[in-house]
Ligand binder design. Sequence first.
Ligand code: MGD
Ligand code: MGD
Ligand code: SF4
Ligand code: MO
Length: 733
Amino acid sequence: MNTLSRRRFLRISAATIAAAGAAGTLGTRGFGRISSSGGSGASGVETVPTFCDICFWKCGTIAYRRDGKLWKVEGNPDDPLSRGRLCPRGTGGVGAHFDPDRLRAPLIRTHERGEEKWKEVTWGEALGFIARRMNEIKAGFGPEAMALFSHGIGGTFFKHTLKAYGTQNIAAPSFAQCRGPREVGFRLTFGDDVGSPERTDIANARCLVLIGSHLGENMHNTQVQEFAEAVGKGSSIIVVDPRFSVAASKAKVYLPIKPGTDLALLLAWMHVIVEEELYDREYVEKFGFGFEAFSASLRQYTPEWAYPETGIDPDTIRETAREMARYRPATLVHPGRHVNWYGDDAQRSRAIALLNALLGSWGRKGGFYQPASMDVPTYPYPEYPEPERPKVDNPDHRYPFAHETLSTGIREATITGEPYPIKGWMVYGTNLLKALPNQEETIEAIRKLDLLVVVDVIPSEIAGWADVVLPESVYLERYDELNVEWFREPFVALRQPVVESPNDQKPNWWIARRLAEELGLSEYYPWKTIEEYLRWRVEAAGLDFDQLRKEGLIRGARQPIFFDEGVVPEFYTPSGKIEFYSPQLEQAGFDPVPRYTPPEPGPPGSFRLLFGRAPVHSFSRTQSNPVLADAMSENAIWVNDRVAERLGFKSGDRVRLRNQSGVLSNPIKVKATRRIRPDCVYMVHGFGHTSKGMRRAFGKGASDSGLITTYKTDPIMGGTAMNMNFVTLERET
Ligand SMILES: Nc1nc2c(c(=O)[nH]1)N[C@H]1C(S)=C(S)[C@@H](COP(=O)(O)OP(=O)(O)OC[C@H]3O[C@@H](n4cnc5c(=O)[nH]c(N)nc54)[C@H](O)[C@@H]3O)O[C@H]1N2
Ligand SMILES: Nc1nc2c(c(=O)[nH]1)N[C@H]1C(S)=C(S)[C@@H](COP(=O)(O)OP(=O)(O)OC[C@H]3O[C@@H](n4cnc5c(=O)[nH]c(N)nc54)[C@H](O)[C@@H]3O)O[C@H]1N2
Ligand code: SF4
Ligand SMILES: [Mo]
């Protein structure tokens, strides 16, 4: 898409201005009560500023050492992401260092794949083995036959090594399993992504609409803090969720929607706003494209039409639509984040974008801001070899609007050998058996491989299937790539080691660099130490590396971030406007204005399986962390209390869940509650570990991932919708 390069170009040049401003305005900043990096305080207490890695929000952190040992972590008060406070998971991050189940040394498999039996080897042996296999794969099938799955900033140097080796088949689950549909829906409408951290001005929203964004359980730090601020200021909060979430408990209006029908509600809301002429006429006239055709196709979607679909009565739909219009443009309809739900997700996300467009909230205070970033040059590496074949994941642009690599597309190519064979996987920081839908398919793909390498910190499920397991140092023990975030204000942050690794673990940059050496690709690593690399980038930006080390981050001058502050409204769509009607979608054979189709029902007597987050855990990565496991050691299955009574279950009873395909879960406790609709059940994602090496977490609670055997692929962008599974409950005796 050529709109893409234009967008990038404009943003980067904007950043150049930001950095120029920044260099001149930086003063010395004290931390007050804390001493600087490595600084010795009273009674042997030292502090090191770094940033968190328990999730991808990357909050600025101050780590404390006492008598040379890791003691605790707190938010860095100077950091705009944490604003001096960490979420419960971040606070428990110290547990990652102390976890007795950590991987300690490189391992090479000695038995069948999946048997979890290995021998300990040296780093030289492990990397030599990998390099030999990778060279065989290259010789037999071409370098594109190697794929990398990686999630998080720690994957940076593996990406570099794999690109130098000659493959572009590099994917993260954050697109096809997380926020891909949202980015596509917003890009099709406004010509730009929402991004991460989300460009949402929650703090200033006078009306905030959360559609399954369960802030308060979803603990993305800045958003939760801003949400608390908005609640404190008396903003009007509307929450749409089949489950009475923590966010719902703060809402003025809670709408217990029938799962999978949000698009019907969104269309009815837009119908009311257009019909009653409550939209921002000036904004729509100035920036909108195709408004007439758009409003014509909304006519059919009356609140009366939406009522039987959604279960939300017409008066409530009208009142909430008027409430949103009352506070516009400071009405934020939150775009959500994990939005792969029902297979029409790009269109549902587009409807959210369109509703925001009617309210005029894009580019406005209390809506969506224009993020800024520091201009920190990339390191001048040699050019990567030109791949001979295009990426494997999306042959013939089957999913025309997928603008990132599809993890599940690589998996499919691995299974089918089409459009060409994939013979090796390197997996960094992603537990593919928990993150991708349908575990059988992941295992089928793994069985086709000549090489599976997993870089992890604990013996995760995916590590259990590896030929070679490489133990990484946890984030408190290593340097990483710089965090140059697109945010409310530009800043650059440094992750740096607080303590040493306890055993033979190594940081990602060391492993990726050594692997490149083994592969004969040393010219791609001109730098010798990571400090040298980081210093080069920071100094190339005109900033002081020693200051960054001492303070953990350097902030740039705040830029205008709203249209009212001088941001020039620009929309990088083909029409250069907000596309109420999308010729792009029409040309590709899709609905130019979102159209509703009801979700497919499950077998009679079954419940739709929903899942989400708990405040003290991240995905499947924290259940073995001793601090966080103490806070929550297993999940429960939420069941509507009347349903539970009818079925003869009470809270605390143990059941197994059987899905529509007959798959049976581990035992899980019932939580009978009024806080969920009778047609669905809910559990926290990440539990039910099956890896024997995760002694603390093994068998605790049940796994949603194991039950997600059915998924639906979004035809627009290839995301995999997972809220498509249904379960019944069987008593565990
Ligand atoms: N069933 C189901 N599937 C989902 C979701 C869901 O809710 N339910 N959520 C989806 C979403 S929104 C997302 S973003 C993805 C997330 O998917 P992933 O990012 O794959 O999340 P995790 O399952 O936590 O796997 C992370 C892996 O990285 C390892 N790890 C942790 N720290 C480090 C480190 O410092 N270095 C290295 N090398 N490894 C480390 C962990 O031990 C773990 O094995 O999952 C998606 N898939
Ligand atoms: N504590 C914690 N916080 C996290 C994470 C974590 O692992 N732990 N992960 C982070 C990441 S990467 C992501 S992507 C986000 C995910 O968090 P979010 O994007 O906020 O939410 P989801 O996981 O998509 O959805 C879960 C919510 O959607 C509701 N829901 C389910 N089906 C429907 C439906 O049909 N309609 C509506 N309206 N609601 C529905 C569920 O009841 C639940 O409340 O969380 C982030 N924050
Ligand atoms: S939101 Fe929590 S877990 Fe995520 S980076 Fe921030 S403190 Fe760490
Ligand atoms: Mo996510």
